[in-house]
Each structure stands twice: as C-alpha cells, then as structure tokens.
Write a new protein. Structure first.
Length: 116
C-alpha cells in the first residue's frame, strides 16, 4: 500500500467508556444519581415541586456530562474555562526581530552575520 495508513476519524472514541464517557464523567454522574436517590428516600416528595428539587442533582450532573460539539462535554469545557481564567499566563515574544539571549545579540551584527 505504498506505506500509507488510514486512521479512522473516531479512533479517540474507542478510548472512552461507551464511546462518550471518561471515568471522571461516570463518577460525576453516579454521584449525582446516588445523591438524588438518597434525597428521594429521605424527603419522600409529596408534590411536583418536591420531586423537582429532589431530581435537581441528577439533572445537573446529566447536563455536565452531555457531549457537546468541539468539546468533550460541558464539564471539560467548564474546567478549561476555569483553568484559563485562574492560571497565570506569560507570553514571551520569540519572534524573528528579537534575539533570544544577550549572548546571541552581541555575537551578531546588524545584518545577521556573526562577528569575528
């Protein structure tokens, strides 16, 4: 085949559980499910408002692990945004017009030729 390889477009999905969840996603979902079941057992809801309040942890976790386009899911998108906003960022210029160190600047002349 002339040393060409065909990589399937969904090769990353094979590393996920059920093709869409990581272990953290399932842990979040199971925690919300357990918490919801405990709330229903403890509160014994009598009307629709009580049921809505008791099911709220499950709905929140389901929304967090639902897959979205261009991101894995809402949870990873939220974690990426949080990381971007809280971590310090230092952008250092490394362009063609700035020398990388003092030694390089002194060893080169105006036209880029090395000095002797």
């Amino acid at each position: 085949m002339n040393d060409t390889f065909l990589i399937p477009s969904n090769s990353k999905r094979s590393m996920l559980i059920l093709g869409m969840f990581t272990k953290v996603d399932l842990a979040i979902f199971i925690t919300g499910l357990i918490f919801t079941v405990l709330l229903i057992i403890i509160n014994n809801p009598q009307d629709l408002v009580d049921v809505g309040i008791d099911v709220l942890p499950l709905l929140t976790t389901v929304i967090m692990v639902v897959p979205v386009p261009n991101q894995h899911n809402i949870w990873t998108f939220t974690a990426n945004v949080y990381s971007y906003l809280t971590k310090p960022r230092n952008y250092r210029w490394r362009g063609w017009c700035i020398y990388e160190s003092e030694d390089d600047a002194t060893s080169k002349s105006e036209n880029g030729q090395e000095k002797k």
